[in-house]
Design a binder for this molecule. Structure first.
Ligand SMILES: [Zn+2]
Length: 216
């Protein structure tokens, strides 16, 4: 079966606007069957979201956006784990725990991508080749990096407000709607990134919300 997955979303457990329940309902409205809430340095948002899986019918993959020593890296696991900040240790830990490790928006300097180090640490399960919040130039470089490294590419929204959810997503071919099966499909590259940007009005909402946040 084919499922649609947005694997980079922020909740109110870090710097996102919506709580986990609103995120899952919005994901369902946008036709997604799978999400990962990847708050900065905490699995808490995605762990909370798991409570609402049954009500919403959306599968939640526990995730976190780790601020490593060199920049942001997405970590997806079946359950919450401790994560080191050193990139080599983080990659090793991810693989020993059967998790997926994916550099987030690697060439977006504003968003702390790890840049050319993506070529130095090669043991990624996939590369985030399209981040709906990053610049086109940064995304283009990431697409090229994934091609050079021969890694699967993921496309995600990096949503911070609900309207952005599903602006970019992945169509994944899975044998079963289970986390392990999804991980296996991503590792094998049975995934197609769908590039997109949020609608203009949503982008304005995001800017307004970011400014409001500064004054809170
Ligand atoms: Zn992010």
């Amino acid at each position: 079966m084919l499922v649609k997955a947005d694997l980079h979303i922020h909740s109110s457990f870090s710097d996102g606007r919506a709580g986990p329940l609103e995120i899952l309902y919005t994901a369902r409205e946008h036709g997604l069957q799978v999400v990962s809430i990847t708050d900065h340095d905490t699995f808490t948002g995605s762990i909370h979201a798991k409570r609402y899986m049954e009500n919403t019918g959306v599968l939640v993959i526990p995730g976190v956006e780790v601020r490593s020593e060199h920049g942001d890296i997405l970590l997806y696991c079946e359950r919450e784990i401790d994560f080191p900040r050193r990139v080599d240790a983080l990659i090793e830990k991810a693989h020993s725990e059967n998790c997926l490790i994916v550099p987030a928006h690697p060439f977006d300097t504003l968003r702390l991508g790890i840049g050319d180090l993506v070529f130095e640490y090669r043991d990624w399960d996939a590369i985030e080749v399209w981040n709906a919040s990053a610049t086109r130039g940064a995304n283009k470089k990431a697409i090229e990096a994934a091609r050079i490294l021969g890694k699967p590419g993921l496309a995600n929204s990096d949503a911070h407000i609900p309207g952005e959810i599903g602006a970019a997503f992945n169509v994944i071919e899975v044998s079963d709607l289970k986390i392990e099966a999804i991980f296996e499909s991503i590792r094998k590259g049975l995934t197609r990134p769908v590039y997109g940007k949020p609608p203009f009005k949503t982008r304005i909402d995001r800017v307004i919300w970011s400014i409001e946040k500064l004054f809170r």
